[in-house]
Design a protein around this ligand. Structure first.
Ligand code: HEM
Length: 218
């Protein structure tokens, strides 16, 4: 069935054509056509690559302290196309961090955070922190010496909190040291909590952009 036929079929039943037209045929305003306006879209595209390659990696990755390192080795050297998928996941993650930072600079230097877009700036800051947390939790999943060291530095920091340090460690890491339990929690964070939060925040971010339009300057 061709796409047009499918749309006809759906339109007969749900009258979707009008809504689709309205959603897809919006003209980009003349002032917002430069390359810097694509940075948010590039960040989103990189995120979608992360989702697709991440699902493929999760098919083989083992979030278990005894098996994690070996499963990464198997993905890289034994699974067909494993090395390619892993590299795509790694590079799209880097592109996402760079694009988000440049997008934020674009918004800042063009003053697009000002009234009435303050709330979208705040949503953006949450997306920035989320992007960094994706990177950090993903790096921990390699479970090699370097990643174990980097993870220790970040996750043991809360231990030095006055009074609440031990409690925070127990709740977030599952233990007072970095153990298999920590790996399980970081895995859950990386493949479930963060992606869910990212979808919700991105949806809000895009709906606000849609409602307010792209800021114009000068
Ligand atoms: C995963 C992260 C992000 C994605 C996918 C994303 C995506 C987008 C997209 C597609 C737009 C439309 C215009 C454009 O691309 O420039 C936009 C606009 C905007 N973004 Fe983001 N963004 C992200 C992070 C951020 C961050 C970190 C900030 C600031 C702290 C931010 C603040 C804004 C604001 C204020 C606008 C409206 C700009 C205008 O009207 O000119 N975003 N975002």
């Amino acid at each position: 069935m061709s796409l047009t036929k499918l749309i006809d079929w759906l339109d007969e039943r749900f009258e979707i054509r009008r809504d689709l037209e309205r959603a897809l045929r919006r003209t980009v305003p003349r002032h917002a056509t430069g390359a810097v306006y694509c940075l948010g879209g590039i960040a989103f595209l990189a995120f979608m690559v992360e989702v697709v390659t991440g699902i493929a990696l999760a098919r083989y990755y083992q979030p278990n302290a005894a098996l994690a390192y070996e499963s990464v080795r198997v993905i890289t050297y034994e699974v067909p196309l494993g090395s390619l998928v892993r590299s795509l996941h790694y590079w799209a993650g880097n592109v996402m961090v760079a694009a988000v930072l440049l997008h934020m600079l674009r918004v800042y230097f063009m003053g697009a955070y000002r009234k009435p877009r303050e709330l979208n700036w705040v949503v953006g800051v949450a997306l920035l922190l989320l992007t960094f947390t994706f990177g950090f939790s993903g790096y921990a999943l390699r479970w090699d010496v370097a990643s174990y060291g980097a993870t220790s530095i970040v996750v043991l920091a809360p231990a030095s909190l006055p009074f609440a340090g031990a409690w925070v460690m127990k709740v977030f890491l599952g233990d007072l040291a970095i153990t298999g339990e920590t790996l399980t929690r970081l895995y859950f964070l990386h493949v479930f909590l963060l992606p869910m939060a990212a979808f919700v925040l991105m949806l809000i971010h895009f709906l606000i952009v849609r409602r307010q339009g792209i800021a114009s300057y000068m």
